[in-house]
Design a binder for this molecule. Structure first.
Ligand code: FE2
Length: 141
């Protein structure tokens, strides 16, 4: 096969992967909204399975797309990208704190507080990732 048709195959593959990436995201969004509206534990388990698989598929597809993109693939793992994520997690926490102050029933309050604890943990994780990323870029020169 000549270089042009190899390149075209790569571009076609990339655009199909991109469509599938969007489709998986859309499915997951739908499943998440279904999850919030059912209490049936069997159905919930199935939906969790679908979400787990969807997340894995998105991961695989993203990896394939990054491989085609080449060097620019680590775009989201830049120091700036991580700092932005940390800011977003902190914004989530602030928003959830406002929700806690507006919520009147105890169950809602305590669920919201548990999400806040998770968000604080996410910030810690992201700060560690930031350390790891700046450490590895130092090694690279
Ligand atoms: Fe989070």
């Amino acid at each position: 096969m000549d270089t042009d048709s190899l390149l075209r195959r790569k571009q076609d593959l990339y655009s199909l992967l991109k469509s599938q990436h969007e489709a998986e995201m859309k499915e997951m969004n739908h499943y998440m909204s279904v999850l919030s509206r059912t209490n049936n534990s069997i159905i919930r388990n199935y939906i969790h399975k679908l979400l787990d698989d969807g997340l894995r598929h998105i991961e695989y597809i993203s990896t394939m797309m990054s491989a085609i993109e080449g060097a620019s693939s680590s775009l989201n793992l830049t120091k700036q990208g991580i700092i932005k994520s940390i800011e977003e997690e902190k914004e989530s926490k602030d928003l959830l704190l406002k929700c806690v102050s507006l919520a009147d029933d105890l169950e809602t309050k305590s669920l919201l507080k548990s999400i806040i604890v998770d968000e604080e943990h996410h910030v810690k994780i992201l700060e560690h990732i930031e350390e790891l990323v700046s450490g590895s870029s130092q090694q690279q020169g």
